[in-house]
Design a protein around this ligand. Structure first.
Ligand code: ADP
Ligand code: MG
Length: 246
């Protein structure tokens, strides 16, 4: 028996190196000019990619398409082997389980403590209490919040709140981590710390996409940089920098 051929036929799209694939993607809202136009974007498993561009250039629209919060107007979009133009509604929760997401405004549960905010993500995917008691402390230690289990979000600094949000995004071990301006509300020191955590998470195998306006960090980190302008990808560079507006 030819084992290698057998393996090949069993391979699914999600085993492929390419984990995010957009071909000719456009997205138009009901009003205004299209938010994204003819976007081609191909990201391999394990990459770290910055998405930069002026306000209104389509960055958050791209993130929402990747999460299948929005559907494309035309083109093709495939994420982890899921054809997002055709995915059945009942399959969307399972698809999203493999994606962690972090936002500029943290979006924590204000009436729950740090531990519960992270545990909540595990309860949604029906992890046992035993697993939760193991996983939550371990992820909180990774983001540097081992001593803060009982604090409520309002008792924490912005940097600490974003670490909680990051722990919540990571506790279910996502394949892809999406961050939409994660340092937008943080001072330079905390911004660097969050970015270093994102880099560390990426080094452990997670594919990471970070939308940011932080020119200094983008220029220093020497990662792949995709630049959007008015809904069009105007540059996509390995070890790139922040492109100055002309
Ligand atoms: P960015 O995140 O880069 O600031 P967005 O993706 O939020 O950009 O927005 C891209 C464009 O789409 C902007 O012109 C914005 O006004 C428009 N837009 C975003 N969301 C909506 C919406 N829900 N309805 C209509 N237009 C929208
Ligand atoms: Mg945005």
């Amino acid at each position: 028996m030819d084992v290698s051929a057998n393996r090949r036929t069993k391979r699914t799209a999600s085993d492929n190196k390419e984990i995010i694939s957009l071909n000719n993607v456009s997205k138009a809202y009901s009003t205004g000019a299209p938010a994204l136009k003819d976007v081609d974007l191909h990201i391999n498993r394990g990459e770290f990619v910055f998405i930069v561009g002026d306000s209104g250039s389509g960055k958050s629209t791209l993130i929402k398409l990747l999460l299948r919060e929005l559907t494309i107007t035309s083109g093709d979009i495939n994420v982890m082997g899921y054809d997002l133009a055709r995915i059945k509604h009942r399959k969307i929760p399972k698809f999203r389980r493999n994606i962690g997401i972090v936002f500029q405004d943290f979006r924590l549960l204000k009436d729950r403590n740090v531990y519960e905010n992270v545990a909540f993500a595990q309860r949604i995917v029906q992890k046992s209490n035993k697993e939760i008691r193991k996983n939550v402390p371990s992820i909180l230690a990774i983001v540097g919040l081992a001593g803060k289990y009982k604090a409520r979000p309002r008792q924490l600094s912005g940097g600490e709140q974003q670490r909680v949000a990051l722990a919540r995004a990571l506790v279910n071990n996502p394949t892809i981590l999406l961050a939409d301006e994660p340092t937008g509300n943080l001072d330079p020191k905390n911004s660097w710390e969050i970015m270093k955590l994102l880099e560390q998470i990426n080094e452990n195998g997670t594919t990471v996409l970070v939308v940011t306006h932080n020119r200094e960090i983008v220029n220093a980190m020497q990662k792949r940089v995709v630049t959007l302008k008015k809904g069009v990808i105007v540059s996509d560079e390995e070890k790139g920098g922040y492109i100055d507006e002309d």
